[in-house]
Design a protein. Structure first.
Length: 401
């Protein structure tokens, strides 16, 4: 019998499956599961945004758009980036609308990397960064971070990792899975290292709006950084539009032009209905966004307090909607902890090693869930810890008001 795997691309064969999906698949086969594993808002896309899509369909908007996206949407994105983050881009040549930020990341890596180029990536990191780097011909170089330092990379760490083959720094702050945020001083120091060593930056800022203390700062806003940075943003998280699959990239005409070449031969363009909805989101959905972010901020406090009372160390997430507590002192490895918690208590969380070696001993918990589900999930988790004789677990988990 033929071994059909011999016909496959060896790079694809060598890629490990997503560490997140295994637990999603297990949970899907069970009833009564509370999932704190999915990185998706529990809110429905606001009505005015959905209505804009429906109205666009009724008016017959079912055709292709420009490869770069609707002109009106790119203009609205440019205004939004300037108003919110002091980033100025020309909508005609410096903004590309993509099928989610995932496509934008893939396009940026493929457009910028040559075989063997090294990409510096903070660890823990989002699950697709390393595989997409490999598929683009790059070599991932992980920069491990620690809970004690708030899971932040430093300028010194970046500089120490640079070799003659270093090409890119892939930043993702606010961070998935840790919730870490870099402040202006920290980013400014990293920017100086980047310029001194003539590196490029891909800055994934999909969680920019979900920054709970102070304002989000983009590394592209520092002097001399705009021309060497591709900023990735989108609508999935802040506007509760995950299923619409709409993101965008902003950067120099040279970089986004190269990305557009790949985009026009693979995706052609993002769906016009999603683009019409996104245009409405930027026109009238900002207040809805702020209300959802306020809810996440409230839940963040509940989650941090819950882990504290259970005796599980947890760095306070400053952004995104994830907590990344340490379970290494429970006597269980993170994979075992997650699997037993799911099978015994029907609570789904994700092992930290799904996000890189530096996630060892941690689990990722999303607080993009209702207060009711969070309260019940932590009640079950408390019972799980008590049953397994984990010391330090308090007799009650108080979720607060």
């Amino acid at each position: 019998m033929k071994n059909w795997e011999e016909y496959l691309n060896p790079q694809v064969v060598a890629l490990p499956p997503s560490g997140i999906r295994r637990f999603f698949d297990l949970a899907a086969e069970m009833t009564g599961v509370i999932s704190l594993g999915v990185g998706e808002p529990d809110f429905v896309t606001p009505w005015r945004i959905r209505e804009a899509c429906i109205y666009a369909l009724e008016r017959g908007y079912t055709m292709y758009t420009s490869n770069r996206g609707l002109k009106e949407l790119r203009a609205a994105i440019a205004r939004y980036l300037e108003d919110a983050f002091q980033l100025r881009y020309r909508p005609e040549k410096e903004i590309l609308v993509t099928v989610g930020v995932s496509e934008a990341l893939d396009l940026a890596l493929r457009a910028l990397l040559r075989p063997g180029d090294e990409v510096l990536i903070p660890d823990p990191t989002y699950v697709s960064y390393v595989p997409c780097t490999v598929l683009a011909g790059g070599v991932p170089v992980l920069l491990p971070t620690r809970m004690e330092e708030g899971f932040k990379i430093t300028a010194e760490q970046v500089e120490k990792a640079i070799t003659p083959r270093s090409k890119l720094l892939l930043l993702a702050y606010p961070n998935n899975p840790t919730g870490a945020v870099l402040n202006r001083r920290e980013l400014g120091a990293i920017a100086e290292v980047v310029k001194a060593h003539d590196l490029l930056v891909i800055s994934d800022e999909i969680y920019a709006q979900l920054t709970y203390e102070g304002e989000h700062v983009s590394i592209a806003s520092f002097p001399g950084m705009k021309e060497r940075t591709v900023v990735l943003q989108g609508f999935s998280k802040a506007f509760a539009m995950t299923g619409w699959r709409l993101g965008y990239a902003a950067g120099s005409e040279v970089f986004t032009g190269a990305m557009t070449k790949i985009h026009q031969y693979t995706m052609l363009c993002a769906p016009i209905t999603a683009q019409m909805a996104a245009l409405e989101a930027l026109k009238s959905g900002l207040e809805d966004m702020r209300q959802m972010v306020a809810q996440y901020a409230y839940r963040r406090r509940l989650v941090v307090n819950a882990f504290k009372e259970m005796g599980l160390p947890c760095a306070e997430p400053k952004g995104a909607f994830y907590a990344f507590p340490y379970v290494g002192d429970t006597g269980m490895a993170e994979e075992e902890f997650c699997e037993k918690l799911l099978l015994e208590e029907k609570v789904a969380v994700v092992p930290g090693t799904a996000f890189g070696p530096a996630g060892r001993g941690h689990i990722r918990c999303s607080f993009a869930a209702s207060v009711q589900d969070l309260t019940e999930a932590f009640r079950r988790m408390k019972e799980f810890l008590r049953r397994h004789g984990v010391k330090g677990c308090s007799s009650a988990v108080v979720m607060g008001r």
